[in-house]
Design a protein. Sequence first.
Length: 52
Amino acid sequence: DPTPLRDELGWRPAHTDFEAGLRDTIAWYRDNESWWGPLKDQGEATYESRQQ
């Protein structure tokens, strides 16, 4: 329930339409792979190095 966020912080969701929000999220990931790609690679390398 986001009511406390709205009431205390004035927060409002950027998307209230699920399909539009999902579409924008997918577009963001496609457009920003140079930002999140190295983080993903680092996380996968860390996971792989911890396997026994």
